[in-house]
Design a protein around this ligand. Sequence first.
Ligand code: ADP
Ligand code: MG
Length: 574
Amino acid sequence: MAPSETLRATLRAIDGRGYKAYRDLEGTWAIPGATLFVDHVQGDPFASPSRMRVRVEQSAAQWPASLLATRVRRIAFEDHVARRMNDAIDDVVSGRRGSGKSGAVLIDAGQQAIIERTAATACQAFVEVRLEVGLPAAGRRALGREAEELLCGDLAELADRALHAHPRAIEQATLAADTAENHAALQHQLDAHDLVAFVADDAILPRAGGNSQRVLERGAVPFSAPPSLRVSLEVPHAVEGAFQLSGTGIPRGITLIVGGGFHGKSTLLQALERTVHPHLPGDGRERVVMHPTAAKIRAEDGRSVTGCDIHAFIDGLPGGHSTRHFTTQDASGSTSQAAGIVEAIEAGSRVLLLDEDTSATNFLVRDARMQALVAQEHEPITPFLDRARALYDRLGVSTVLVVGGSGDGFDIADTVIEMRGFGAADVTQAAREVAAQHPTGRTRAPATPFEPPLGRVPIAASIDPRKGRREVHVEARGTDGVRFGTEDIDLRGVEPVIEASEARAIGYALVQCRDFMGQDVEVPAVLDALEAWLDEHGVGALGPRANLARPRRFEVAAALSRLRSLRVKKSTES
Ligand code: ADP
Ligand code: MG
């Protein structure tokens, strides 16, 4: 490693030369109190900023070993370090120092969820952050002296503020790690209590706005358990002195969330959908816990579907299309939603979240009048409400469904929760009475058992990330999708995808998945191999130098299924 005097001398020598002279910076340098790794220098001031890492040895940083004691703690600690660095950048870095991206310092610090990300790394030996740094220029000439201030001054100060264990920082990092570990412990207890979700009393579910995941600060009604659904779960780290948390347990089976418009139904479902991941202390949802395999399923007309066995929901399509291996480049609302369910189950999901706001009406339910008008033989769809029971009884897949517009589900629901003025009430008994007093007059579809869907063997050659001369082209479109080779994978219907870095990681994960595909290797085995690989190598190994955040297997599987070029073989097992 070159000493910081050499870095200063190098930068002074670069001053005033063409921008390409910055290439001399690639390598490892000492800066005051830290080590600077310049991994990649941008080609010009307007290109994406240069990639650097700043590292402080633990011997100097002095973080307590307890922050690294478990995998969950380490991830929360790393996540916290990235956020500290982000705050420090806001305080320290004054902004533009010339043309283009001159003087910018960026870190991919994430939103409200705590997930594994490449922005920060912590281990026994050191703490390190990955930064994007705009090397200063005037026009296209290197401003070496400005760069000296930025690298030897600002970055050193950032390292001091964010990477060293100041007492307040230890406290906050420990709280983040404890919060994440409590979430994991609660999640772990769900199965033993026959629950799919837990919402601690006093949780704050609403968000600041449709465009923000931050907590609604003013006028939020805290969640409170209906007495009949109240459970008490244990946490390893006391919350306000207590190791027992009281809250709402949402049981396995079929749960309806009903209520008037604007009473908080979708807000509850969205909180459930996102809390498959732990959230920051103060988020309001840090003690809301969803089953780790939950997947939100919505209608996505226009998406592609490949070799998907949707016959349990849809059979006898006009034109004689088989629905045991259903393939289309342009699914309808109902076929897309059926495929979404089958694919989620294939990936291992045991809880489905559906909201009438984002569902195809004819997929959810068909009422008596429509049954009377359109003959059964002309209707290929068995509505979800007629299948949900069998789905649970045969495959153990639970459903949480938001419905305000139809009471046809009362007959099959195990639990009915009414949201009323943002408070939850257990109205299961009342719903049963209503169901008895007001028969729907519908003919229920025959209760045929739910056959497990046929397996799919994805073909690696159909997953092609090449573009032009590049072997791998992956580019996130925010959280809306990912450019994969020459194709756009639409992720707008895949929830939760919470960050662009996650969408990007999903793209790279598909590239990686090709290595795990082969003769007779079905989708679940590919996903198992991917998870084991990610556990071993970390999400950063997916794509060198890219900002990445680890996706769940469900979101990777969903992206694979939405790849229009995908081809699959029928499994010979089934
Ligand atoms: P629904 O799905 O029942 O029509 P939403 O969940 O969309 O209702 O909620 C309607 C509005 O109320 C949203 O603006 C949401 O942010 C707000 N809201 C939801 N829950 C609460 C709460 N507990 N306290 C305050 N406002 C809330
Ligand atoms: Mg709604």
